[in-house]
Design a protein around this ligand. Structure first.
Ligand code: T46
Length: 141
């Protein structure tokens, strides 16, 4: 799986730290939406879907959680626990968020507005799309 962890520069001094996010600079797409998840429960994982077109950057600005990414061929788990690290989730990547710590706050930067039609919420549908992609690629070659 390609490199998904992004590291942001920390602008720090004796007053504390500041991290700045800028579209098409340290965020790899134009930003259309920002949302955040909080009051999360350790035993209630979230996600369990892929997006057809949406790209996202996840930043755990407080606490920690684990994020599983699955491209249909490989699965990789990431532990997010630092506000200057983020996880890039490309389109057509199945993702799940697990093991939220107390007071975990997850900020998500998204490349588009909310659209339920962009979601693939069944794993079998996601795998079928990935298989179709491989078949059409093999036909072209
Ligand atoms: C994702 C992960 C990281 C809205 O109305 N507007 C929004 O911008 C979002 C993100 C969600 N919603 C609605 C849709 C559902 O009725 O809020 C409800 C909860 O959404 P969902 O169950 O999809 O939440 P998560 O935490 O499983 O997933 C969310 C995002 O939906 C998703 O895009 O990638 O966080």
């Amino acid at each position: 799986m390609k490199k998904n962890l992004l590291s942001f520069s920390i602008i720090g001094d004796e007053r504390g730290n500041l991290v700045s996010l800028e579209e098409l600079k340290n965020v790899p797409f134009a930003i259309k939406r920002i949302y955040y998840l909080y009051d999360l429960q350790r035993n209630f994982p979230r996600g369990f879907h892929a997006h057809k077109n949406l790209q996202q950057v996840l930043i755990c600005i407080k606490g920690s959680c684990n994020v599983l990414l699955d491209n249909g061929q490989e699965r990789q788990s990431y532990h997010l626990d630092q506000p200057h690290f983020s996880l890039f989730i490309d389109r057509m990547i199945w993702h799940e968020m697990h093991d939220f710590s107390d007071e975990c706050v997850l900020v998500v930067i998204a490349s588009d507005y909310y659209d339920e039609n962009d979601y693939i919420r069944k794993y079998s549908d996601f795998m079928n799309c990935q298989i179709q992609k491989v078949i059409s690629f093999e036909k072209e070659v």
